[in-house]
Design a protein around this ligand. Structure first.
Ligand SMILES: CC(C)[C@H](C(=O)O)[C@@H](O)C(=O)O
Ligand code: SF4
Length: 454
């Protein structure tokens, strides 16, 4: 029987069928960070249980780390406590930790792929919803809760209900200025914030085929923002080139990877087809990621915007989105904090200066991304434009560290969530691509990046 990529990987990892639709699934790789792991380790200690396969776990500090002066102790006691607990726990349980200052440190979903840990055909979990990012490699990767983190630490497996499968196909030619971020914002706006609830999505079509691995990661990263359990993309030469440029892989393994791809006649529970030509650079105008509208639109163009969101965002229905003044621009996060994102930003802003009233933070997703950017002199371009180039971490993606957007301020952000208070109490978040964020930094207003592209 023809099968989907998702079904093949799932079936290969079933340790035991528990009941109809309920399986014990073997987990190949477990990523950990400081926020969702402390209680899990406490649980193990209480039960006197050791970590079953510590060599299949990797930890990093990302959410609570400051992005300035990382060589100094963390000032916020809560953050310091989280990060210190992670150090202690990893030492005690024998887990590799890429802590602050380590050359491999960074946002968990950026370092896994970049270090060659994330590989096709794997099952990957992390106590973090954006684990879906790793699906770009043709993996089943999804976020889990803290009690499941404890289960995986103890047994390297999880009891799971099998999700339904959805195919989202995008074919055609993308318009000028349209990035992977715009593609996923468009898909989410079409489906709605709950549109993929209960499904695992496979993205297919020439648009994703033509994307780089980093672009594919941006797409898979935000699968979760339409309710999906995760999102993945078929394995091809682009995938193989990315992985083999980082780690050595035997030839037979590559053949096995390719055989996992969705069979031609495989049937999905749901199929959606979209046209690339309908996609334009988008920004969100509400407090959910499904409120993307075109830069030429008025706020009323969003079919998902609520009255409450309008109030919070201080927008009126007939406001032109591109007239809105910007206070902050945040370029970073596990959605858009990779080297290609920083290159795209540098390329657009080179020779321009930011608008005087705007604060711009460029936060690389990892130490590796940061060193690469410095090697390519991107930091000099940022500096010349008045952009602050910082040290790696989740930063202003969520207000769990020092990088908070002040109440009432409008921030154009390359991150993935625009919920109330996400970037700081009262902060107003507009999600956008790195190109749109960079263009908005220069003009000081929400701006269509195509005016800067030739
Ligand atoms: C802190 C963590 C549990 C959370 C997540 O699960 O995604 C965070 O990374 C986020 O992006 O909101
Ligand atoms: S960068 Fe943002 S979305 Fe990604 S893991 Fe960190 S807080 Fe979550």
């Amino acid at each position: 029987m023809p099968k989907t990529l998702f079904d093949k990987i799932w079936d290969l990892h079933v340790v035991k069928h528990v009941a109809d639709g309920l399986d014990v699934l073997y987990i190949d790789q477990h990523f950990l960070h400081e926020v969702t792991s402390p209680q899990a380790f406490d649980g193990l200690r209480k039960r006197g249980v050791e970590v079953f396969r510590p060599q299949q776990c990797v930890a990093t500090a990302d959410h609570n780390v400051p992005t300035k002066n990382q060589d100094q102790p963390i000032k916020d006691p809560l953050s310091a406590n989280q990060v210190n607990s992670l150090i202690k726990n990893c030492e005690e349980f024998g887990i590799e930790l890429y802590g602050i200052g380590h050359e491999n440190q960074g946002i968990v979903h950026i370092i896994g792929p970049d270090l060659g840990i994330t590989q096709p055909g794997m099952t990957i979990v992390c106590g973090d919803s954006h684990t879906s990012t790793h699906g770009a490699f043709g993996t089943i990767a999804f976020g889990i809760g803290t009690s499941q983190v404890e289960q995986v630490l103890a047994a390297q497996s999880l009891v799971l209900s099998r999700p339904k499968t959805m195919s989202i196909e995008v074919n055609g030619q993308l318009n000028k200025g349209v990035t992977a971020k715009d593609v996923i914002l468009y898909i989410i706006a079409q489906l709605g914030a709950e549109g993929a609830t209960g499904y695992f999505v496979e993205y297919s079509g020439n648009v994703f085929r033509n994307f780089t691995m980093e672009e594919r990661m941006t797409v898979c990263n935000m699968s979760i923002e339409m309710g999906a359990r995760g999102g993945l993309i078929g394995i091809d030469q682009t995938t193989i080139d990315y992985v083999t440029s980082r780690v050595e892989i035997p030839k037979e393994k590559i053949f096995t990877w390719l055989s996992l791809n969705t069979d031609e006649d495989a049937v999905f529970d749901k199929t959606i087809k979209l046209n690339a030509a309908d996609i334009h650079p988008l920004v969100t105008c509400g407090t959910a990621p499904d409120t993307g509208i075109r830069l030429s639109d008025r706020v009323s163009a969003s079919k998902h915007i609520t009255k409450k969101a309008l109030g919070y965002m201080q927008f009126n229905q007939d406001d032109q989105i591109s007239d809105q003044s910007v206070d902050y621009v945040f370029i970073g996060s596990c959605t858009n904090g990779r080297i290609e994102d920083l290159r795209a930003v540098a390329n657009l802003v080179k020779g321009h200066k930011k608008a005087e009233h705007v604060n711009v933070w460029v936060v690389p997703g990892s130490m590796k991304v940061r060193s690469q950017a410095i090697e390519e002199d991107l930091d000099k371009i940022f500096e010349a434009s008045g952009f602050e180039f910082r040290e790696p971490g989740c930063s202003a993606c969520l207000a769990m560290n020092e990088d908070k957007i002040p109440a009432g301020s409008l921030c154009v952000s390359t991150s993935n969530r625009n919920f109330e208070g996400r970037q700081g109490e009262g902060a107003r978040t507009v999600l956008a691509s790195p190109l749109t964020a960079a263009a908005s930094a220069i003009t000081g207003k929400i701006t269509d990046p195509t005016i800067f592209l030739n």
